[in-house]
Design a protein around this ligand. Structure first.
Ligand code: NAD
Length: 501
């Protein structure tokens, strides 16, 4: 079978370019697809198409229930292709087939359906409270912003796309989506389904391109009214700066350094697996991962022994195999960065309890693998405890009191996720309330749900995605006052000008 070639989608047309990306499996190096490579010119064409579609108005004037029905059709069609799309995602970015099915595609479909249901009920226009003492009446409207730019990473492409594209479209906006250059295929598959479902031309445009080139142009473009971004904190900062000139709205979903506290009375028969899952799901490449495991000094040795024993049973391997627990990292560079983090931790006094290297067996030779790793004797000032590692590397930090655990947990620039394990609900909830994070998981982790918001405190981001207020992030509020009295009595102007004699 010949290698599939994907093209960009601009103004209702599939557009090829002279430059191409080669998408290679991070597990085997096999060529999965080639993809057209867009740049500034393609972003400009896509923004112009989205702006024209917004002005022309077919989509924003489509009744919300019809917009919701179209998004539901797309969700259904993506859901019907779950197995095929999960396999494509696994081959493209190396996430294991178990997680691409359940989370990448499955949860994304549920998220689209949830926001579509919300949009069908959303009050785009309603009467406001009485104004008095003037005779005017108030109307409150929620209107689309115009052109929305969406920029997403490679680690969980479909979910980070639908968090932006679904509410933006459901609110009547037009969109230019720039997927990550390492994993753009799901975005283009989604575009095909929107086209098949009859989305008008120019309403959704997809331009794959490099970050510094296509991404930077989209985030600075004067005709883009909002940028919704998921990615690293450093790129998020540059997007925030680029938004200043044209005063764009910005939603940022950035990095994390999730603290995961095991309390003294925690049931280790669930907390050990939970701690590994918190850190190593998606091959350790999840922004909301629990990467700093805080353990009580009194149970430190027992916890470390059980962690090491369990990690040693985990199967590293081809992510397309259902038996595989951990697959490869996205690129060889990323593998080398993760290994460098482990070596730097050792140089600062931490110890590798298990893992810590790239596997040497021949079956791993063409993949970007790192063994699942537990690093112990980590202190919260070490680089490995402060910076995102983005690999299957769990750092164990010891604490003496719950107060100290909370202080260590909150001593970070990030605030995306946190977690706590314990048997006393009063205590676990007290700790949960005191953790500075947008999401806190008690006795589990990665419990993402369409009805709850996703996002972080501090340098983990700005705004929230999904959840009950998803559409608010993609609408302007407008207040219209209407005086239907026809008379001069009690006019607002009369308060200053007086009434004519
Ligand atoms: P990244 O920031 O390098 O890239 C993300 C996207 O931004 C890509 O599409 C890239 O092409 C684009 N980009 C790069 N430079 C740009 C620029 N100067 N201007 C505009 N766009 C630019 O992130 P990454 O390394 O690919 O992804 C991993 C990061 O994403 C991690 O930090 C992770 O925590 C974060 N992440 C956050 C969430 C969340 O919801 N908070 C979810 C997933 C991933």
């Amino acid at each position: 079978m010949s290698t599939p070639h994907y093209t960009l989608h601009i103004n209702g047309e599939w557009v090829d370019t002279a430059d191409k990306y080669e998408i290679r499996s991070p597990a085997t190096g096999e060529l999965v697809a080639t993809v057209a490579k867009g740049g500034v010119a393609e972003i400009d064409a896509a923004v112009a198409a989205a702006k024209a579609a917004h002005i022309e108005g077919t989509w924003r004037n489509t009744p919300p229930a019809e917009r919701a029905a179209l998004v539901n059709t797309v969700a259904e069609r993506m859901g019907a292709r779950l197995e095929e799309l999960a396999a494509l995602q696994t081959r493209e970015n190396g996430a294991t087939i178990r997680i691409t099915g359940a989370l990448h595609i499955g949860l994304s479909v549920a998220q689209m359906q949830y926001i579509a249901a919300q949009a069908a009920e959303y009050e785009f226009e309603k009467s406001g409270p009485a104004i008095g003492p003037v005779p005017a009446e108030g109307i409150l409207r929620r209107e689309p912003l115009g052109v929305v730019g969406a920029i997403v990473p490679w680690n969980i492409p479909m979910l980070t796309i639908v968090w932006k594209v679904a509410p933006a479209l459901l609110a009547g906006n037009t969109v230019v989506l720039k997927p990550d250059e390492h994993a753009p295929l799901i975005a283009l598959e989604l575009m095909k389904e929107f086209e098949a479902a009859g989305l008008p031309k120019g309403v959704l445009n997809v331009v794959v391109g490099d970050g510094e080139d296509a991404g930077a142009r989209l985030s600075a473009h004067p005709d883009v009214r909002k940028v919704a971004f998921t990615g690293s904190t450093s790129v998020g900062q540059s997007i925030l700066a680029a938004s200043a000139d044209s005063v764009k709205q910005v939603t940022l979903e950035l990095g994390g350094k999730g603290p995961n506290i095991i309390l003294e009375d925690a049931d280790l028969s669930v907390a050990i697996d939970g701690a590994i899952y918190a850190c190593m799901a998606n091959n350790g490449q999840a922004c909301e991962a629990g990467t700093r495991l805080l353990v009580p000094a009194s149970r430190r040795d027992e916890i470390v022994d059980r962690l090491v024993a369990r990690v040693n049973t985990m199967k590293l391997g081809d992510p397309i195999d259902l038996a595989t627990d951990i697959g490869p990292l996205i690129t060889a560079d990323q593998r080398d960065r993760v290994l460098a983090h482990i070596r730097a931790a050792e140089a600062e006094g931490a110890k590798v309890a298990t893992g810590g290297a790239a596997p040497s067996a021949p079956e791993f030779a063409n993949g970007n693998y790192v063994e699942p790793t537990v690093v112990v004797d980590v202190t919260n000032d070490m680089k490995i405890a402060r910076q995102e590692v983005f690999g299957p590397v769990l750092s164990v930090i010891t604490y003496d009191s719950v107060e100290e655990a909370i202080a260590i947990a909150n001593d970070t620039e990030y605030g995306l996720s946190a977690g706590v394990w314990g048997s006393n609900e009063e205590q676990t909830l007290d700790v949960a309330r005191r953790l500075e994070a947008g999401m806190v998981f008690v006795n589990d982790w990665h419990v993402l749900h369409p009805a709850y918001p996703f996002g972080g405190y501090k340098q983990s981001g700005l705004g929230r995605e999904g959840g009950p207020d998803a559409l608010d992030e993609y609408t302007e509020q407008k207040y219209i006052s209407v005086d239907r009295s026809g008379g001069v009595e009690n006019k607002a102007y009369a308060i200053v000008l007086g009434t004519p004699a």
